[in-house]
Design a protein around this ligand. Structure first.
Ligand code: SF4
Length: 172
């Protein structure tokens, strides 16, 4: 039976653990071919918005800060705030969330089935709990919360213990 850890974890440890999950996903023998069509980044058109756990949000927020983005860009067209209008590219593609890596568009081979990645989802959920999170949130909400927490110092984001957050309603 699955027994999630509730031991608190630092931001830096969580970032490393989430990146390890992404690394394992890359090595799964599931054929998908994202050619960055960015169709799945058009939230209004698809009617779907990625949900991020707290650790995923830290990874993407750290990448944004490293590229000089400290505030989520406003978007009027209903696309992802990380989709750059000038280039049509994701600002944080290498550090994009798990959903962006698994909910592929049809042209790229379609989404992963849950059973193919269930163990990785559990690890991300456990990390969320250990960061004091309350479960996955929409990409804009998760990043708005994570950006101020990720403080850049020489050598990367500082390791800070995240205090237990007040419970909020889940929106998945
Ligand atoms: S984070 Fe990047 S890959 Fe994911 S929806 Fe936004 S622009 Fe697309």
């Amino acid at each position: 039976m699955r027994k999630p850890s509730r031991e608190l974890i630092s931001q830096q440890e969580a970032i490393e653990a989430v990146k390890a999950v992404y690394g394992e996903l890359e090595n799964r023998p599931v054929e998908r071919d994202c050619i960055r069509r960015t169709e799945c980044c058009q939230f209004k058109l698809t009617g779907k918005t990625p949900y991020l756990t707290a650790g995923e949000a830290l990874v993407t927020a750290a990448a944004l800060q490293q590229s000089g983005v400290n505030k989520l860009p406003a978007k009027e067209d209903g696309s992802c705030p990380l989709l750059k209008p000038e280039t049509g590219r994701c600002i944080a593609y290498e550090d994009r969330p798990f959903s962006c890596r698994t909910h592929f568009c049809v042209a790229a081979g379609g989404p992963y089935s849950r059973k193919e990645v269930q163990d990785l989802i559990w690890r991300l959920e456990d990390l969320d709990t250990r960061l004091g999170g309350v479960g996955a949130q929409t990409l804009p909400a998760a990043l708005k919360e994570a950006l101020p927490k990720v403080t850049m110092r020489k050598g990367g984001p500082t390791a800070q213990i995240h205090s237990k957050a007040a419970p909020r309603a889940r929106g998945r």
